[in-house]
Design a binder for this molecule. Structure first.
Ligand code: G6P
Ligand code: ZN
Length: 582
């Protein structure tokens, strides 16, 4: 058995190690600076209570992006030096973000130990590679991201750090499943490399009716396509959709994880999931052959999802509303009812209408999954979702891309239960249209202006806040622009008081609320790594079933016009068009 020694290494602080919405995200070139990652990891250990470090079990893995393998070896050595008892690593360092959450909550070692937390190595939907992004975030015992109290402490520690601890261990081969034992000054230390998919697959099987999904997926009438965008979702897709549920291997595209995501942008939306979008008949050129009935994609770390029908896009805001409306009937995990539902503020109000109709507890929280986690821990939220392609439930404390696909497949399986040999399949589009005819439709679109000059973005936001002080002036501007847009009746910056811990989050997005229920929301992204990204969220509610079938960009054109002119988008940013429209 290898005996290791621990050294204290001198270090000095780096600027800007403040964890954002989902951890610290920077270019790989930044992370590769000597001591940069070490400082952040030591600052994290120092921010945790001793029982979460000394003698503890922690998980270290991620989406497999470039620099992950180096980072895992560094973190193993630092964990050993800091008195951690055991590190769990997914084979090849791979675990999706939802799988990490599941592993923290569900996995038990042979001697009965559970994990007290995890370092997740991902920059989510940002590109990877030597000149792209790397990221690290810490999740707690409940399986969810560290709360602000901890991330603030980490940041404070990074500003004063003087030394870190590291063990002189040899690198561990993380490609082979098995346990490697070491001994250090504080006793034994193990690295346990385990199968990346088994805990997660087991959890999914306990939630969904795999048999009924299998009948759907193997029916000759149904066709399916899943695009992992070369992220970590690929390994779960192979296990679940192909091995467990019998889908054809050819229904998986880009399902081999790559360190640089094949040079692509692993964000499942209509712009970046090009190959899937083309296959589903939504691209500019017509697809080869008939598009599949159902398509879905995931981001790099597999917590996001995009759901598509044949030639049909389901907005994430509708997706969560439809899952919530059907969950009790379609998904065994929810048979006894929903404890409540929640959405982030910029997400459309489609879920609100479902909550009202079904008499469910409802919460509107700021952007960021951690706000849902608190509600779930308090037992008041079962299903939640965000416009940013995140959907999930209280089975874990992260959003879950594969879960969302299984939820949709469950709904489709239920609707087609007696139909698989019948005439016509109930399609994704049918389900969405039926939903609109029952609940009304929230036309919705988001315009993103990526990598805008940070100063210009700030100025645009303060301009919008200033405007809010006089609604008559705002309405004068709008009336001068268009007569077909309703009056603004309220405008504010969204503020949230967490009903569970009482904490207050301010400045969570600038809102303009219109008389007819329409909304314009402006926010700066918290997940970018360069410049600023301005997001404009545009929404309009239509109750009249005869008017719910319009093209959403057409229906929203007047509001978009108002949004861009009111914010003086072009004047402030120089941009004449958004980078991405979803
Ligand atoms: C991450 C979080 C989500 C959040 C999203 C917002 O994915 O996990 O909860 O909605 O970031 O990103 P943004 O770039 O809009 O801050
Ligand atoms: Zn992600």
């Amino acid at each position: 058995m290898v005996v290791f020694a621990v050294t204290r290494k001198d270090s000095t602080p780096f600027d800007g190690q403040k964890p954002g919405t989902s951890g610290l995200r920077k270019k790989v070139t930044v992370f590769k600076q000597p001591n940069y990652l070490h400082n952040f990891v030591q600052s994290t250990f120092n921010a945790l209570t001793a029982d979460k470090v000394k003698g503890a079990t922690i998980v270290v893995s991620g989406d497999g992006r470039y620099f992950s393998k180096d980072a895992i070896q560094i973190i193993i050595k630092m964990a050993a030096a800091n008195g951690v008892r055991r590190v769990w690593v997914g084979q090849n360092g791979l675990l999706s973000t939802p799988a990490v959450s599941a592993v923290i909550r569900e996995r038990v070692s042979a001697d009965g130990a559970k994990a007290s937390g995890a370092f997740i190595l991902t920059a989510s939907h940002n590109p990877g590679g030597p000149h792209e992004d790397f990221g690290i975030k810490y999740n707690m015992e409940n399986g969810g991201p560290a709360p602000e109290g901890i991330t603030d402490k980490i940041f404070e520690n990074t500003k004063t750090i003087k030394e870190y601890l590291i063990a002189d261990l040899p690198d561990v081969d993380i490609s082979i499943i098995g346990v490697t034992n070491f001994t250090g000054p504080e006793g034994p230390f193990d690295v346990d490399v385990f199968d990346s998919t088994s805990d997660y697959v087991k959890l999914m099987k306990s939630i969904f009716d795999f048999e009924s999904i299998q009948r759907l997926l193997t029916s000759p009438k149904f066709s399916f396509c899943y695009d992992a965008l070369h992220g970590v979702a690929g390994i779960y897709a192979k296990k679940i959709f192909v091995e467990e549920l019998g889908a054809n291997e050819s229904s998986l595209i880009n399902c081999t994880p790559k360190e640089d995501f094949g040079g692509g942008h692993p964000d499942p939306n209509l712009t970046y999931a090009k190959e899937l979008v083309a296959r589903m008949g939504l691209g500019k050129s017509s697809p080869q052959g008939e598009p599949p009935e159902f398509g879905a994609a995931a981001d790099g770390d597999a917590d996001r999802n995009m759901v598509l029908g044949k030639r049909f896009f389901v907005t994430p805001s509708d997706s969560v509303a439809i899952i919530a409306a059907n969950a009790v009937q379609a998904i065994p995990y929810f048979t006894s009812g929903l404890k409540g539902v929640a959405r982030s503020m910029p997400t459309s109000a489609a879920l609100d209408v479902v909550a009202k109709n079904l008499n469910l507890k409802f919460f509107e929280v700021p952007t960021g999954w951690k706000f849902f986690g608190n509600l779930m821990d308090a037992g008041v939220c079962s299903i939640c979702g965000e416009e940013s392609f995140g959907t999930g439930s209280d089975h874990i404390r992260e959003k879950d891309g594969i879960w969302a696909v299984l939820a949709w497949l469950s709904i489709l399986a239920l609707r087609n239960k007696d139909n698989l040999n019948g005439e016509k399949l109930v399609t994704v589009e049918d389900i969405v249209l039926q939903h609109w005819s029952t609940y009304g439709r929230h036309y919705y679109t988001r315009y993103d202006y990526e990598n805008v000059d940070a100063g210009a973005a700030k100025e645009l936001m303060s301009h919008l806040v200033n405007l809010q002080s006089s609604l008559p002036d705002v309405n004068k501007i709008i009336q001068g622009l268009r007569s077909d847009v309703a009056k603004v009746v309220a405008a504010d910056e969204f503020e949230y008081k967490d009903p569970v811990d009482g904490s207050i989050s301010k400045h969570q997005g600038i809102r303009y609320l219109f008389e007819d229920g329409s909304r314009l929301v402006f926010r700066l992204s918290g997940t970018g790594s360069e410049g600023a990204t301005i997001r404009v969220y545009i929404e309009q509610y239509e109750k009249d079933p005869s008017k719910t079938g319009r093209d959403s960009q057409d229906a929203l054109a007047p509001l978009v016009d108002v949004a861009l002119k009111l914010s003086k988008m072009q004047e402030f940013t120089g941009r004449t068009a958004p980078t991405v429209i979803t």
